[in-house]
Design a protein around this ligand. Structure first.
Ligand code: PMT
Length: 407
């Protein structure tokens, strides 16, 4: 039985019938030695009482955002910061919607918005509410924000319907808590990982540019996986609309030439991963003023080849120990990747099919093939987060082997 001694959980109870199971979760947390502080939403007070929860947890139960005494004893910001983990159970459709939209109009939602800790959500609601497009959209937002979900389970509901929507059982929620509070191994502590992500923009004139469809999702997921493994993580990013994962140092760039300069400034590192979709060409002579539409022929653009960042870093005197390129292909994916591996001089190419139907550009899933001197390894389709975690796991092994070989 894994002990949770010394760990503190902030349990946020939403207003649903499943709240009756929460007493058992508090008891289980207590037997593991965890400290459980509790916030009740107004709706939750209709299902469970602060008195019974305080009795079980041995802690004060918080209910009001504007309570002068509570705020003096322990402000709502401190309440969420003092915890190692926030658990929302039962998470009603309404509470989930508030979280997804960053609302903060009561103590529960304010604590959730103010936290910098991991959050576990145990949804519980009617099957139709769970299946509703709005709830599913909100769940996707929470996943993207890094929230972990447990359940919901399928079964008979209190309302008499059958399907997904039942809150997970207390022992299932406890297992997720134990998993999230497990000390994480940080094999990349003291190591530096440099990642490029997103597209580059090559200006035509002050208002127009050449670019591509890269969203940066795959590169940002890799940066998150690297920082989770303890690496000093530098993310050199073209223009994207993504949040920088906590702990990652992001260096914004626009053009391929900017990106190369930023990469060189970070050398030497331990691992470099080139996920960016770098424009192969730039406009040779960028117009200083906006090109005007005239009655004559449209302007013709002369292009100059951009520097190859991956090849430059792979052949650099201060080359990182492990250099990884990506290959975005629309046909003969692995054949082109093998050619790129040789041409660019990197240790590994992660090849992916970016043809229109694949949905890889801008999507949340990817199907990759790892191409190295050792052969080709194809992974099944998975989320970009999973690709990132598995790839980083693989690169940790490669780095360790390289270090041993050089000792
Ligand atoms: O950003 P997302 O929407 O999540 O999509 C992810 C992705 C499809 C962009 C990503 O998975 C991917 O495939 N990235 C590589 C895109 C690319 O430019 O591939 P390429 O085959 O053209 O280039 C091969 C390698 O050389 C890449 O590592 C690229 O970063 C690098 N390169 C290319 C040109 C150049 N001038 N300099 C480079 O360093």
């Amino acid at each position: 039985m894994t002990s949770l001694a010394g760990k503190s959980v902030l349990l946020i109870i939403g207003g649903g019938i499943a709240a009756y199971k929460i007493h058992e979760l508090i008891r289980l947390l207590k037997t593991r030695g965890a400290r459980t502080r509790i916030i009740l939403t107004k709706a939750a007070e209709e299902f469970v009482t602060p008195l019974s929860l305080a009795g079980l947890s041995g802690e004060k139960v918080y209910t009001h955002l504007f309570s002068l005494t509570d705020e003096v004893e322990m402000g709502h910001i401190q309440l969420s910061r003092a915890a190692d983990l926030l658990v929302v159970a039962p998470a009603t459709a309404d509470l989930i919607a508030k979280m997804a939209n960053g609302l903060a109009d009561d103590l529960a939602s304010t604590a959730l918005l103010a936290t910098d800790k991991r959050v576990l959500v145990a949804p519980a609601m009617n099957v139709r509410m769970w299946r509703h497009a709005a709830t599913q959209r909100n769940i996707e937002v929470l996943k993207r924000d890094g929230v972990t979900l447990v359940g919901p389970n399928e079964g008979e509901m209190a309302c008499g319907e059958f399907g997904p929507g039942r809150m997970s059982e207390p022992n299932e929620i406890l297992s997720s808590i134990v998993e999230l509070l497990k000390p994480r191994s940080q094999p990349l502590a003291g190591k530096k990982v440099v990642i490029t992500a997103g597209p580059t923009r090559e200006p035509i004139d002050p208002v127009r540019f050449i670019s591509n469809h890269s969203s940066g999702k795959q590169g940002y997921a890799i940066a998150k996986a690297a920082v989770d493994l303890g690496a000093e993580t530098i993310l050199i990013s073209g223009p994207v609309a993504l949040l920088v994962p906590p702990g990652v140092q992001m260096i914004p760039v626009e053009t391929a030439q900017d990106m190369l300069r930023a990469c060189e400034a970070e050398l030497p590192g331990d691992i470099a991963i080139f996920t960016a979709a770098v424009a192969d060409w730039r406009v040779t002579a960028q117009a200083t003023g906006k090109l005007k539409k005239s009655a004559g022929a449209p302007p013709s653009l002369t292009l100059t080849e951009n520097p190859d960042i991956l090849a430059t870093i792979s052949h650099h005197a201060a080359r990182p120990r492990v250099v990884v390129g990506f290959a975005a292909e629309t046909e003969h994916v692995t054949d082109h990747a093998i050619a790129k591996l040789k041409r660019k001089g990197c240790d590994l190419i992660v090849a992916n099919d970016v043809s229109k139907d694949s949905g890889v550009f801008g999507g949340d899933r990817n199907t990759v093939h790892l191409v190295s001197d050792g052969g080709i390894e194809s992974w099944p389709q998975m989320s970009k987060d999973e690709v990132a975690q598995r790839l980083m796991g693989r690169l940790v092994q490669t780095l360790v082997l390289r270090q041993k070989a050089s000792e």
